[in-house]
Design a protein around this ligand. Sequence first.
Ligand code: SAM
Length: 475
Amino acid sequence: MDYLPIFLEVAGKRVVVDGGTTVAARRVERALNAGALVDLFDPEPAEEVRRFIGHERLNHHARVPVEADFEGCLVAYGASEEPDRDRLLHRAAKAAGALVNVADEKAYCDFITPSVVEREPITIAISTGGAAPVIARILRARMEAMLPAAYGRLALFLANFRGRIYEAVPNGRNRRRFWENLIEGPVGDAFLAGEEGLAEARLKEDLSRGSADLKHGEVWLVGAGPGDPDLLTFKALRMMQHADVVLYDRLVGDGIVELVRRDAERIYVGKKANEHTLTQREITDLMIERAQRGERVLRLKGGDPFIFGRGGEELEDVAAHGIPVEVVPGITAAAGCGAAAGIPLTHRDHAQSCVFITAHGAGGVLDHDWTRYARKGQTVVVYMGLNALGELAKRALEQGVEADMPVAVIDNGTRLEQRVIIARLDEIEGQVAKADLPGPALIVMGHVVTLYGSLGVKGSQSEGYAMELRAGATL
Ligand SMILES: C[S@@+](CC[C@H](N)C(=O)[O-])C[C@H]1O[C@@H](n2cnc3c(N)ncnc32)[C@H](O)[C@@H]1O
């Protein structure tokens, strides 16, 4: 981040705007809305600037500014689009100790002006650090569409109860939770639905209970999907914004961890070579201990927590301690990787069933009955199989699975660095070894793999090898 995001109090302070352009009009409007005393300089301002003349806190000077005009000003905006005026403004305003912003002149800017979404008294400011202001404008438009207009009124309504809430729930953490429950629970729902009276009655009921409902901790087991942050569910995101502590795995991408509430504690519990991590027992104990302290503990897992995620094992212990639990599903790697690579896991012409298996059990590589899995009309998805690929292929071939069975290995599926290797069963190990994949990787076996590259899915190239398989596949 190249800029410090702050909201500056300018009420009753002097702000100078130099120029009569559209940009000047925007600057004048913002400054007046924030309560500033505005000195506007321009001999002939455009119509959209002139409409502010006559405002009780605006002084129009029908000339260009001189050095003395900047004394005592807090902020100076250059919006004349005249280089000589910009230069003078910058020099004089800096000498007067003001913060300076000259439109489209980065060298003359102490700060940048963000795109703003307003729901009085809520203000959302968006900046791309000057890199791509159009993105900020697009985001602004999306937020405008997303945020109910009544949100601002809800903030004003709740502000009336601030003091009483403070008294009813003195503990800071409980108070934050109380506020969240108000805004996202029945009180907020009633208010946004236009039922202000009902919202007030419910709020008063909540106030009479104080923090009685807030003392108990909870455990939330949440799936983070296969890596692309856009594949998180709304519910997962909401819970990530409300948790007190988040325990996350190696498979949860950085882009996702970034979305956790800023002041929530984040504890990495993933397993990686040469890195100290907690054992499964220690992870579960930590969750229990934190929940017993009254915290909302979010256990964030890659993919779906109940698919090869050991979520069930962790919850058995938590539940035995009487701690309330909630589970939020995530997109499992099979679904994410299939979609991102353009390989449907079922297809009426190719596969009428699909099985998910893991290559590893508690005691090492599992001795699967491959004839049961790798058979006509069925897709097999193998989790945790990258390092055992050679052994898996060997055992399958020994058990009579066709050597030309199409196989895809999808590495880092759904992420920017996704790679897909396609080969026959008897050649897949060699192809994958050449590619030197870092993992995590998923193995997909079956006739659906021949569809790779044929469905127009971005990132799924119609490679020679896939075409050859498509032509020659026997399954
Ligand atoms: C411990 S399992 C966790 C599975 C997870 N609970 C799920 O539902 O996807 C880890 C395995 O999932 C697969 N996996 C997870 N994320 C993946 C990704 N982005 N690309 C490819 N495979 C992935 C790999 O096979 C990896 O070894």
